[in-house]
Design a protein around this ligand. Structure first.
Ligand code: AMP
Length: 441
């Protein structure tokens, strides 16, 4: 099915073509026609499915013939990065139209945001907290809202934003179209959607807890203290070109980025303790290919959209399978492919099995033949995976001398059988052959 079949305004079609969209993704195919008719939508679709254009195109189309000067569409999304990305998508898709959009999120001055309200930009993309800050003032009365998007509702729930969302809902017109997106539908999200939606078209794009197609997933058994060295080695050897590495805590994100930088691998970092400016610079530098690694905590990195991202590395095993699915969704955007690696220490094996149960398959185990997996007794361990365990919180280094030892060969893999020596540059060739599974079950 071509984009032209939707009957979108020709200028929007040009916008989609300029982005290289040839055919709609499944969520676009299902959501765009009813959204164009003004129907409410309840869609279960994750980042990477093309959901942003699935709501942005109908919004831009419907606002196209409305008078300017009033904000008529509001998109609520959980993180600053997502808000910036959605806004960019609106600008790209609507680049040939006269429609305008603006972001409203914390970490930046209120002033330009206030001006956007006063100008009556057509679309505001906001995080709930900062939007409420503005809504205390008369200039931010959102009485003209005709279309509301709730994006990543389940993550808003995780981040404790649902009360803020409800507060906002009380202050915008009840007579509106609502497009509601959530990767998963836990009970509080189902009840929120029932409160908000009128006779919605329900769309479920993929099975719950199934990562985006096109992702090749594998698990890497490695002692906890050697995780930073293994990541450094994978990048230095060229097996990984560009990677977002997820850590469980801000502290571990800092430690990993420090370790990598000290060991010759430049890494940006994104987490809640970084200023908006620092985050924007890190993301911009990474997107521009200035450095190969972006270290991120889960929440800060949610929804980051990076073209040509070759790998996601789960440096820590996510606590729940759904986080894993979200993280893996960062790579393999739309039709592209990518690899998602899960680093796990012996202590994390049970969590890996939980993920495997949830995704319904066993992840192949990989090892790097030239990497020395022998635990280094002199090395101080990595920062704790569980941040509040006091006995480990004094550790300061990022894996100790692991990098030095990474090039020592022939020490075995701590009881694991290593894969055949991969050919240079053959991504994924280090995979275990069938029947040669590592003994880490
Ligand atoms: P999203 O799920 O909205 O975050 O989008 C995921 C990525 O897919 C973005 O990089 C989009 O630019 C891209 N994308 C969205 N729709 C299409 C399409 N129809 N064809 C190709 N790429 C797309």
């Amino acid at each position: 099915m071509p984009f032209s079949a939707f009957g979108l305004h020709p200028l929007l079609q040009r916008g989609a073509e300029a982005l290289g969209f040839e055919r709609p993704t499944p969520i676009q195919q299902e959501a765009i026609p009813p959204a164009l008719e003004g129907r409410d939508i309840l869609a279960s679709a994750m980042t990477g499915s093309g959901k942003t254009a699935a709501f942005a195109l109908p919004i831009l189309h419907r606002l196209g013939d409305r008078p300017r000067g009033t904000t008529r569409a509001l998109v609520l999304t959980p993180t600053r990065e997502l808000a910036a990305q959605i806004d960019e998508h609106f600008r790209d898709l609507g680049g040939h139209t006269r429609l305008t959009s603006a972001t409203v999120f914390g970490g930046l001055s209120m002033r330009p945001q206030e001006q956007a309200f006063r100008r009556g930009v057509d679309v505001i993309v906001a995080t709930p907290g900062r939007l409420l800050d503005h809504m205390r003032f008369p200039y931010a009365a959102l009485g003209g809202i005709e279309i509301l998007v709730i994006d990543e509702a389940d993550r808003m729930l995780d981040m404790g934003f649902l009360p803020d969302v409800r507060r906002i809902l009380r202050q915008i017109p009840a007579d509106r179209q609502t497009l509601f997106f959530s990767a998963t539908m836990p009970p509080p999200i189902v009840s929120l959607s029932r409160e908000m939606l009128r006779n919605p078209v329900t769309i479920a794009i993929q099975r719950k807890s199934a990562p985006a197609t096109g992702v090749t997933q594998a698990a890497w058994p490695v002692p906890a203290q050697l995780k930073p060295a293994l990541l450094a080695e994978l990048v230095k050897s060229g097996r990984i070109r560009s990677v977002i590495a997820f850590t469980r805590t801000k502290h571990r994100a800092n430690r990993l980025a420090d370790y990598l930088s000290k060991n010759g691998v430049v890494a940006g970092r994104i987490h809640g303790n970084r200023s908006q400016n620092q985050r924007t610079q890190a993301l911009g530098g990474f997107k521009a290919g200035k450095f190969p690694v972006l270290v991120a905590t889960d929440i800060a990195a949610r929804g980051i959209d990076v073209e040509a991202l070759s790998h996601v590395v789960n440096f820590d095993v996510p606590k729940c399978a759904e986080d894993y699915v979200h993280r893996v969704g960062r790579t393999a955007r739309a039709a592209a492919t990518g690899d998602a690696f899960l680093f796990f220490s012996p202590e994390e094996e049970a969590d890996v099995r939980g993920i495997e149960r949830a995704i319904g398959k066993r992840l192949p185990r990989l090892t790097l033949p030239e990497f020395d997996y022998t635990p280094r007794p002199a090395a101080r361990p990595q920062a704790p995976v569980h941040p509040r365990r006091p006995s480990l919180s004094a550790n300061r280094d990022g894996g100790g001398g692991a990098g030095r030892a990474a090039r020592r060969r022939g020490r075995g893999t701590g009881g694991r059988r290593s894969a055949a020596q991969p050919g240079p540059g053959r991504r994924g060739s280090e995979r275990h052959a069938p029947g040669r599974r590592a003994s880490t079950r």
